[in-house]
Design a binder for this molecule. Structure first.
Ligand code: ARG
Length: 462
């Protein structure tokens, strides 16, 4: 069977065998760039007409051909042929087939090297907006939950040991902060990639009078790259994008881990809706938090993409190398995984309830008020280190007697520290402590209320 003659490979004898073609092609995964590739080609050909490198009539022919191809692809009617290697060649070959010889002028003053660098930036700019929107929805779900649990007191853990009492809303709001940084980081990435590489050609630019500012403007880039060697081989933005995804994944996996633990019978703090649990094929009683476990696991997928991307870049010689084609595998995997995980986290958050009664029933366990008692002693003029020691001894004594701090009578308190007075009881107990938190940003009632108000205003601006 006669192999297809590739429009850009006249110099080579024969076509690569099927297995080599399959190996070298990126069409199977880069076809999702088609809209950006076509937008780039329309901008490029319009600029060629402006610069009198092609006629206006030729530009119109090219544009209409490209728009027809775009329609065919979006309608699923385009026949992709792996022999075309990638989306750039697939579109160009289809254009030449459609409009004939004029189509052969499209690639004037351009290389796939600057083309792919532009396409990927344009795709990423949109993808970042999509992920940012999803992050905002997730933040909103958490703020709604926080509002619901503004007066539920719960234990906070450090080293997974009971630490101090907090307002449940404050715990939930801690995730809104993490997601906010994710949002900002993505915005920063979008700012850094807002540079047009078009006109950099294969590595050294072109001798033709190409207008780089024209294509940049048409595609909404705010800057043009300064150096063609860098522009055609820079994939920093890919590594950075995947890193941003990796941190989102890290935050989501922390959330997943918390809720997996909190939904166990041992804690029973959280109830995840049946819709987001699965059962066991053998144990009929089971409600497993598989969706959360998979959010946790997919963090590994995204980290893998990051390592993959960074490894591609390591030791790569200057200029374009085909290694860079593989960037898209990692960028797309990271983006798809993050989109799916954020969506799932959002759905779970909207369908999760906290068992306020169960949480409340255990609040007197673990001496959550011990730090507040030490701080009470500071107010009675006792040095903190001394206060720390006194409360430590009080806690040991309570443990021996099977008592809580609040159950000690004043005489017992005075035995350990004469400065303790009757007002101590206003400082004890988790519920009292959360009302007393005085520092800004503390996990108390007042601060959680302030944070909710802040976030509602902040997110209403988006
Ligand atoms: N498919 C290639 C990529 O994604 C396009 C650039 C090919 N350039 C080349 N000189 N072979 O990187």
């Amino acid at each position: 069977m006669a192999k297809k003659q590739r429009i850009w490979e006249k110099r080579l004898k024969g076509s690569p065998p099927e297995m080599a073609m399959n190996f070298v092609q990126s069409l199977s995964f880069d076809k999702r760039l088609y809209k950006y590739d076509i937008a780039g080609s329309i901008a490029h050909s319009q600029m060629l007409a402006e610069q009198k490198l092609i006629s206006n009539a030729q530009f119109r022919q090219i544009k209409s051909g490209l728009l027809q191809i775009e329609r065919q692809i979006s309608d699923g009617k385009f026949k992709f042929d792996k022999a075309d290697e990638d989306i750039h060649m697939a579109v160009e070959a289809a254009l030449i087939k459609k409009i004939g010889v004029v189509g052969r002028k499209l690639h004037t003053g351009r290389s796939r090297n600057d083309q792919v660098a532009a396409d990927l930036r344009l795709w990423m700019r949109d993808e970042i907006e999509i992920i940012q929107t999803k992050i905002t929805l997730l933040q909103q779900a958490f703020i709604e939950m926080a509002q619901k649990y503004q007066d539920v007191v719960c234990p906070a853990y450090t080293h997974m040991q009971r630490a101090q009492p907090i307002i449940l809303a404050a715990y939930l709001l801690s995730f809104v902060e993490q997601f906010e940084r994710d949002f900002i980081r993505l915005g920063n990435c979008s700012g850094l990639l807002d540079v047009s590489p078009l006109g950099s050609g294969a590595i050294a630019g072109s001798t033709l009078p190409i207008s780089r500012t024209s294509t940049a403007e048409k595609l909404g880039f705010h800057q043009v790259s300064r150096n063609s060697i860098d522009a055609t081989s820079d994939r920093d933005f890919c590594a950075e994008f995947i890193f941003d995804c990796a941190l989102i994944a890290a935050h989501l996996s922390r959330l997943a881990e918390d809720w997996i633990i909190f939904s166990s019978s041992e804690f029973n703090f959280v109830h995840i809706d049946d819709k987001y649990c699965t059962s066991s094929s053998m144990m009929p009683q089971k409600r497993n938090p598989d969706m959360l476990e998979l959010i946790r696991a997919k963090t590994g997928t995204v980290y893998g993409s990051l390592v993959g991307m960074l490894t591609i870049l390591k030791g790569l010689p200057s200029g374009y190398n085909r290694d860079l084609q593989e960037d898209k595998v990692h960028v797309f995997t990271a983006a798809d995984t993050i989109e799916a995980s954020v969506d799932m986290a959002c759905a779970i958050a909207a369908n999760t309830g906290f068992n306020a009664d169960k949480i409340k029933a255990g609040l007197d366990e673990g001496f959550l008020d011990a730090t507040a008692l030490a701080e009470y002693l500071v107010l009675k003029n006792i040095a903190f280190r001394q206060a720390h020691g006194i409360v430590g001894r009080l806690v040991s004594s309570c443990e021996k007697q099977g008592k809580k701090l609040v159950q000690l009578n004043l005489a017992e308190f005075k035995k350990y520290c004469p400065a303790i007075e009757r007002d101590v009881y206003k400082f004890l107990g988790a519920e009292n402590v959360v009302k007393r938190y005085a520092t800004s940003g503390a996990a108390g009632v007042k601060q959680a209320g302030e944070q909710i108000a802040f976030w509602k205003k902040q997110l209403s601006k988006r």
